[in-house]
Design a protein around this ligand. Structure first.
Ligand code: HEM
Length: 185
């Protein structure tokens, strides 16, 4: 629901946006470091990686529900319809690709019996290889796509904030809201 009298996103959406952003970016930084470790050292980082990013999958679904059930400010415009189209596409793809990361991660976890190995035995079967699990290639591919999408998203936000100077970032932060916002709850 877009509404011209709404000045900011719902606080719950703001919390979810920054929480998901921090955990996903950490996952993209820590993931390759973890992938380069010897097998016996991966158990602990994988415990964190799998739990944190499964939580992200759930939070993204919650975020989608909150997004479509609360009023939000009108779409920001750059005045250029191609850039506005790119913004829309990037936003949709960010949701889709994060969910692809979570499902390929889950795919690896099920095919490699990783919940048992990582959270119970702590020992990988002999000659276990992550790259022999088919979703592994997808997980790597989507990680690269996600990096490009995050770069586009950040560049767009900075363009609004510092070139167009429309204070776009304040919509995704806390603060006093327009009196009409309160009616939305
Ligand atoms: C948005 C969510 C996620 C992000 C951003 C993310 C990111 C990454 C990255 C960047 C890598 C390293 C890829 C490489 O260079 O080889 C990786 C590896 C991996 N991730 Fe994720 N991941 C996410 C979700 C998940 C989930 C939900 C699971 C499992 C439940 C999972 C399980 C794994 C596993 C098993 C590996 C392979 C580790 C290895 O090769 O040693 N990931 N992840």
């Amino acid at each position: 629901m877009n509404n011209n009298s709404i000045s900011r996103y719902h606080p719950m959406l703001v919390v979810l946006h920054w929480l998901v952003a921090v955990v996903v970016i950490l996952g993209l930084i820590v993931g390759p470091i973890m992938a380069a470790m010897p097998l016996e050292q991966k158990v602990l980082p994988l415990q964190g990686h799998m739990a944190a990013n499964l939580a992200i999958g759930l939070l993204v679904l919650v975020r989608l529900v909150v997004r479509f059930t609360t009023r939000r400010p009108p779409p920001a415009t750059t005045g250029n319809r191609w850039l506005d189209w790119l913004r829309k596409l990037t936003h949709v793809l960010l949701y889709v690709v994060v969910l692809c990361m979570v499902s390929t991660g889950l795919g690896m976890a099920f095919l490699g019996d990783l919940f048992e190995v990582v959270y119970r035995t702590g020992v990988f079967p002999e000659a276990f290889r992550f790259d022999s699990l088919p979703p592994n290639a997808g997980h790597r591919f989507f990680a690269n796509v996600l990096i490009v999408l995050i770069a586009l998203h950040v560049a767009g936000a900075l363009y609004h904030q510092f070139v167009l100077k429309d204070r776009l970032l304040s919509r995704m932060w806390f603060g006093r809201r327009h009196p009409a916002d309160k009616q939305r709850g």
